[in-house]
Design a protein around this ligand. Structure first.
Ligand SMILES: [Cu+2]
Length: 178
């Protein structure tokens, strides 16, 4: 085998490896549908140790609101029950709450703050999930997908089952970015 042939074979191998790596999406987007006037969008980017989330929302009641990753990519129900519970361990399930000594569950995220104009811009980082299973963390883009859900009230980060967050007021299905 000539050196040139060996290099060609090696570079073909690199090309295949690069293709395989790029098959897993490195980013995702989500568009919010609201129970009332809520609208917005989100982008999610995969980092080496978790997912960076950017959200922009409008039409919400001012104040603090809980936001979580829910287990199904389905916002079709008017009250967003179709999004299921929080993303969680298969078994045993971990209690909810970023400040719960037995928690958190994999869907937990910090609260967002909505200003007097009904708008919120926020970023959050979760080291508990991945887009496609990186690091063995639960994949947001799994077979039944996932959703970002915003609640009526803030999350107290410890009480069960959802930190007192109340009704679901906006929901966005997470989709792989093209
Ligand atoms: Cu929730």
């Amino acid at each position: 085998m000539s050196l040139r042939t060996a290099l060609l074979i090696a570079s073909a191998g690199l090309l295949i490896a690069a293709r395989a790596a790029s098959a897993a999406p490195s980013s995702a987007t989500a568009t919010f549908a609201g129970a009332a006037s809520e609208t917005g969008s989100a982008t999610l980017r995969e980092g080496p140790s978790g997912v960076l989330l950017h959200v922009e929302l409008a039409g919400l009641t001012p104040g603090w609101h809980a936001m979580h990753f829910h287990e199904k990519g389905d916002c079709s129900d008017p009250k967003f029950a179709s999004a299921g519970a929080h993303i969680n361990h298969a078994a045993p399930k971990s209690p909810h709450g970023l400040l719960n000594p037995q928690g958190p569950d994999f869907g937990d995220l910090p609260n967002i703050f909505v200003g007097a104009d009904g708008k919120a811009q926020a970023e959050a980082f979760s080291a508990l999930v991945s887009l496609s299973g990186a690091g063995g963390r639960p994949a947001l883009l799994d077979a039944d997908g996932s959703a970002i859900v915003v609640h009526a009230s803030p999350d107290d980060y410890s009480s069960q089952p959802i930190g007192g967050a109340g009704a679901r007021i906006a929901c966005a299905v997470i989709k792989a970015a093209p």
